[in-house]
Each structure stands twice: as structure tokens, then as C-alpha cells.
Write a protein that binds this ligand. Structure first.
Ligand code: NAI
Ligand code: MG
Length: 358
């Protein structure tokens, strides 16, 4: 029997609550399926680890997880530690060296969930956002001099490379081609940013020629926020830079009902390194420890992990179980206006998996 080795890295805050729930659901799914099992290794890296060791993960941390089949991640972020330390010390410390350059974020209005957009129904909002995940505005290039003095200066330089932009464009066109509508929107800001973003547009044009059956258009990022809210049905696959997609995907998650539902995959498409799957939300200081975090974003991320591992049947079974649970308003957590807690939603998803006889 096939055993998948999964590195579970819950991180901090509600990350620990939702990853525990995700591990439970994946175990139930493997038991129900019978043709594969999971071996989970748990890593206590994050803010509490930092307080003891002065770093977010051990020096050989990446070596410890580089041979796993996938990583299930919670959230990086601790109330006592600055965000740039937690983010760069853990999440980006895994994403960047493991070359997880394609960040994929599906957005749909699941059954039973109401979009804040008046009059938008499920089938009218079905997007996948592809975020460039290795360079651009988050390349980490820049510096600070004369700190604290009146003449202090600081830069964050957005670095784009032809290789980096070409591979993310190819990935996005290919993904758009695999979806029924074969429709791609390339988000840009080449009116105001006249170097790297102009190269971004040029490369989109060049790569588009390899995909003559994909219909594509270009949209300035500011106008894109309007199109997402006013004409969601005109969009399908979307590709954007690291910063632009970071912002647009939070908007997408909110338009689909809640940040607590939205999943993400950090993919190394060449499979030289493990890929990482996580809900898009953070550690949510305001609700941590209360047991009310919505675990659906983690469950949907687990669906993406199963697809990546090639377990299509199990992926579909889990998605169906999640949709059965969201359809029931009595099983909604407070972020969706309900009264259910993480435990109740997790139990309901496991019950739906067990009750599925296909
Ligand atoms: P956040 O995503 O943690 O929370 C934003 C709001 O959404 C909060 O009101 C929270 O209660 C709610 N929310 C988020 N996930 C939820 C869930 N599963 N169920 C119910 N409600 C949910 O973003 P925020 O507050 O900006 O950041 C908190 C910390 O998390 C910061 O340290 C930040 O750096 C970190 N962060 C980490 C991320 C990651 O590891 N990928 C992503 C975003 C933020
Ligand atoms: Mg974000």
C-alpha cells in the first residue's frame, strides 16, 4: 500500500487548530479509501519555537522536510513577534528555497455560502488566481541606511526576471487551457511601473502565442478590483505578481464568503522539492484558542494536496464532503454567521466521508 509522507507545520495561532483538524480528516479519508495511508511528521516550528531558539525553524529544518511528499502548513504570525520575522523566518524560508514559484488559489462560492455581492450566484464566481511566488515585490531586495536619523532611506526593490516571469506565464496559460472556459486575465500595472511590468506584459504576449486556444486579456490591477466586484462572471483564470495577487486573492476570498474558506497551493511544478498546501488566512489573533476557527480553508487545501499527489478520487470525495457540510447552515462557524465550532465542522466532514458509499 502506498504511504505518503506529509510534513505537518501548524505554525501559530489558529494554524495549530486548523492543521490538527486537517490531519484528522486526511486520516479518516485514507481509512475510508483503503488504498493509501499517510505518515505525518509534526514540526513545532513558529513563534513559540522562536522564543526558545531565537529562530523560527532549526538550521537544518529544510533538510528535515525536503524528502516528504508534501507539506501541510497552518499560519506564521505571533502576537509578540514582528510579522516580517515570522513570515521570512518560516513560510518564505520554505517557499523560496523549495522554488514553490506557482501559488494557486481557487475561489468558488461553495453550496450554502452567501457572497456579499448582491445577486451573484455560485456558478458566476469560479476563479483560479495564480500568484508569482518567488520574486517580484517580495524578492527581499532592498535596504535601510541611517536608521532613525532624519536622513534615513529605505528601499524595497521589485525584482523580476525573464526566467521567472516566463515560467509563471506558461504555468498560468496551461492552467487556463485545462479549464473549460480557456480564459486568462493577466493583471499588470505597466502604465505606472514602466520597466519590470512592461517586461511582464511583453512576456505574456510571447507566451500567449504558444497557447492559441486560450483567450486572454490584460487588466490594470486597480481596474481589476472593480471587475472582480462588478463583473465576476467575466473572469476565470487570473495571473498576477506576488504583491498584486496577494491583495486580489484576499478580495476574492471575501467575495466568495469568507477568508476562512480559501485554500492555496505553493507548487514546485517540476517536483524537485515538496510543494506546500495551506489555508490563505493567517494566525487570527482575535479568535485563537477559542476553538471557532473555520477549518474549511485547510480541508480545501488538503483537496489540492491530494490532487497533487495523484489521488484524484480521494480529492473529489473530500471536496464533496466539504460541500455537504457548507450546505448546512447549522454547521457554519462564526465567520460565516453561524454558531458551529472547529470540532463540530470537523466531525461533520468526517461523518460525510464515512457516509459516502461511492
Ligand atoms: P488573518 O487572516 O489572521 O485574520 C484576518 C481576519 O479574518 C480576522 O478577523 C480573523 O479572525 C478572520 N479569520 C481568518 N481566518 C479565519 C478562519 N479560519 N476562521 C474564522 N475567521 C478567520 O490576518 P491578520 O489578522 O492580518 O494577520 C494575523 C497574523 O497572521 C499576522 O501575524 C500575519 O502576519 C499572519 N499571516 C500569516 C499568513 C500565512 O502564514 N500565510 C497569511 C496572513 C497573515
Ligand atoms: Mg495575504
Amino acid at each position: 500500500m502506498k504511504t505518503y509522507k506529509i510534513a505537518a507545520i501548524p505554525g501559530d495561532g489558529i494554524g495549530t487548530e486548523v492543521v490538527d483538524a486537517g490531519v484528522e480528516v486526511l486520516k479518516a479519508l485514507a481509512k475510508r479509501d483503503g488504498s493509501f495511508t499517510f505518515h505525518f511528521d509534526h514540526y513545532d516550528w513558529g513563534g513559540e519555537y522562536y522564543k526558545k531558539h531565537d529562530r523560527m525553524m532549526p538550521e537544518d529544518g529544510r533538510d528535515q522536510i525536503k524528502n516528504h511528499d508534501a507539506i501541510l502548513f497552518g499560519a506564521a504570525g505571533h502576537p509578540d513577534i514582528p510579522d516580517h520575522i515570522t513570515l521570512w523566518g518560516l513560510r518564505l524560508a520554505i517557499c523560496q528555497p523549495f522554488d514553490q514559484y506557482a501559488n494557486v488559489r481557487p475561489t468558488r462560492i461553495l453550496p450554502g455560502i452567501t457572497s456579499p455581492l448582491r445577486s451573484v450566484s455560485g456558478p458566476e464566481l469560479d476563479w483560479v488566481i495564480v500568484r508569482e511566488n518567488s520574486e517580484g515585490e517580495y524578492a527581499g531586495v532592498g535596504g535601510r541606511v541611517h536608521q532613525g536619523l532624519p536622513e534615513e532611506a529605505a528601499t524595497d526593490v521589485s525584482l523580476m526576471t525573464r526566467a521567472g516571469v516566463t515560467r509563471i506565464m506558461r504555468f498560468a496559460f496551461k492552467l487556463a487551457q485545462s479549464r473549460p472556459r480557456k480564459l486568462l486575465t493577466v493583471v499588470t500595472k505597466s502604465n505606472a511601473q514602466r520597466h519590470a511590468m512592461v517586461m511582464w506584459d511583453e512576456i505574456a504576449n510571447q507566451v500567449a502565442k504558444e497557447f492559441p486556444d486560450v483567450t486572454w486579456d490584460k487588466m490594470l490591477v486597480d481596474a481589476m478590483t472593480m471587475r472582480m466586484t462588478l463583473k465576476p462572471q467575466t473572469l476565470d483564470t487570473i495571473v498576477a505578481t506576488n504583491l498584486h495577487a496577494d491583495i486580489l486573492s484576499d478580495l476574492a476570498a471575501a467575495l466568495a464568503g469568507s477568508l476562512g474558506i480559501a485554500p492555496t497551493a505553493n507548487l514546485n511544478p517540476e517536483r524537485n522539492f515538496p510543494s506546500m498546501f495551506e489555508p490563505i488566512h493567517g494566525s487570527a489573533f482575535d479568535i485563537m484558542g477559542k476553538g471557532v476557527a473555520n477549518p474549511v480553508g485547510t480541508f480545501w487545501s488538503a483537496v489540492m494536496m491530494l490532487e497533487h499527489l495523484g489521488e484524484k478520487g480521494a480529492a473529489a470525495r473530500l471536496m464533496k464532503a466539504v460541500e455537504r457540510v457548507t450546505a448546512d447552515h447549522a454547521l457554519h462557524t462564526p465567520d460565516l454567521g453561524g454558531k458551529a465550532n472547529t470540532r463540530k465542522v470537523t466531525d461533520a466532514v468526517i461523518a460525510a466521508i464515512d457516509a459516502d458509499n461511492n
